[in-house]
Design a binder for this molecule. Structure first.
Ligand SMILES: Cc1cc2nc3c(=O)[nH]c(=O)nc-3n(C[C@H](O)[C@H](O)[C@H](O)COP(=O)(O)OP(=O)(O)OC[C@H]3O[C@@H](n4cnc5c(N)ncnc54)[C@H](O)[C@@H]3O)c2cc1C
Length: 362
């Protein structure tokens, strides 16, 4: 029997979940109060790695590694099915000023993150004496194009996407969800998934107890430079530059705990300008064409929750991917699809179970 799944939130996580479920023959409806992919997913830099890879435990590393390995194939499929190019680019990443470079190198070798001698175009960026590693397999996606390609693909696969329609609240019955209230009436399905990013807790209200997902603002500056000025992603002490194929270069990002405030600030602009010019002085000649901010779904230790609700049998959450939701999206979608359908290959869901804290209310 076909299961009808209603996903609330059409960001990278909701759209990828819909993609995974639609491919296994499920009927999927996606609901978003804005456009598809218009929040954190639009604002992100699209680096397909954690920063840095050796900075995290196995729960994060497993999702990152599987996600980043799946993306090249997913990107090809999205391109074929949608006719839109999410601009997957295996640009590689140069990590600079690494505090414990020998340990990081060891970690990469043990955890199957390929390292190599940088080519001359990349090596010139190392400049002054620096503890550096070149990770040639790390790729990137262009977020707004990714969201468009995902949206078009899931529609091609038969999913119904209802944008500019907010979920006001879930309707709870004894042990299950009976529907989602919207301004235009009740929407009903067999299974419900909350993938509402930084808004997941507010939507679940009292039934979010145990989930610690909160907005964390990130700001980015966009330069327009001649194509090829920067050959790869460069990461240094929490900041990065990301070159797009058409010459745009992103400088990111900040980590700010300011609630749901999405405004940009002069302080962040100064911080990112100073980082970008120090790393790549040639950027002096390039114009800053845009600055923006997005709200990441922040979670403790960056561990997302991909789980069934402890008290409502047909309610699932796929949220809290914090700094790496685009990278993790395919691997998280696989886990969710397996939890719902009992089928398919995925990582072990156990590390992403509902946080083990008392619910205030049942
Ligand atoms: C500056 C910045 C840089 C980043 N860089 C990277 C990076 O390089 N690599 C990486 O992997 N990740 C990066 N991220 C993180 C990544 O963007 C996020 O983890 C990811 O986008 C989260 O996706 P999501 O679908 O959970 O959330 P979102 O994209 O925020 O989507 C949630 C959706 O839910 C909808 N919604 C909320 N409430 C409701 C409601 N009541 N009813 C209906 N719809 C609702 C929203 O409108 C939204 O569209 C970055 C983020 C930022 C801000």
């Amino acid at each position: 029997m076909t299961t009808h799944v209603l996903i609330i939130g059409a960001g990278a996580i909701g759209l990828s979940s819909a993609f995974a479920l639609a491919q296994t023959g499920h009927r999927v409806t996606l609901l978003d109060r804005g456009p598809a992919g218009g929040e954190s997913t639009w604002a992100g830099a699209g680096i397909l790695s954690s920063l840095p890879p050796w900075g995290y435990g196995s729960e994060i590393n497993d999702l990152i590694r599987r996600g980043s390995r799946l993306w090249p194939e997913w990107a090809e499929r999205l391109k074929r099915l949608s006719g839109l190019d999410p601009e997957y680019l295996p640009s590689g990443m140069l990590a600079l000023d690494i505090a414990e470079c020998a340990a990081a190198e060891c970690w990469c070798r043990e955890h199957d993150w390929p390292l190599a001698e940088p080519p001359a175009t990349v090596a010139r960026l190392i400049g002054r004496p620096s503890q550096a590693l070149w990770l040639p397999a790390i790729g990137q996606l262009r977020n707004p194009r990714l969201a468009q390609a995902l949206r078009q693909t899931v529609q091609t696969l038969g999913c119904d996407i209802q944008t500019h329609r907010a979920a006001l609240n879930l309707v709870y019955e004894e042990g299950r969800i009976a529907g989602v209230a919207t301004a235009d009436g009740l929407l009903q399905a067999d299974v419900y998934v909350v993938a509402a990013g930084a808004w997941t807790r507010s939507l679940l209200a009292d039934n979010a107890a145990g989930l610690d997902i909160q907005p964390v603002r990130g700001q980015i500056l966009l330069f327009k430079a001649p194509p090829g000025l920067l050959p790869c992603i460069v990461y240094r002490n929490g900041h990065y530059l990301v070159p797009r194929a058409d010459g745009h270069i992103l400088a990111g990002s900040t980590l700010e705990f300011v609630g749901y405030d999405k405004s940009t600030t002069e302080a962040a602009k100064d911080e990112l300008l100073s980082f970008a010019h120090d790393l790549l002085p040639e950027l002096d000649a390039s114009a800053v064409v845009r600055q923006w901010a997005g709200l990441r779904p922040g979670s403790p230790k960056n561990i997302p929750t991909i789980a069934r609700h402890p008290h409502y049998g047909n309610l699932y959450v796929n949220s809290g991917h914090f700094r790496y939701g685009v990278t993790m999206a395919p691997a998280s979608a696989e886990i969710l699809a397996r939890l719902i359908t009992g089928q398919g290959e995925s990582l072990d869901p156990a590390p992403y179970a509902w946080p083990n804290r008392q619910l205030d209310k049942v």
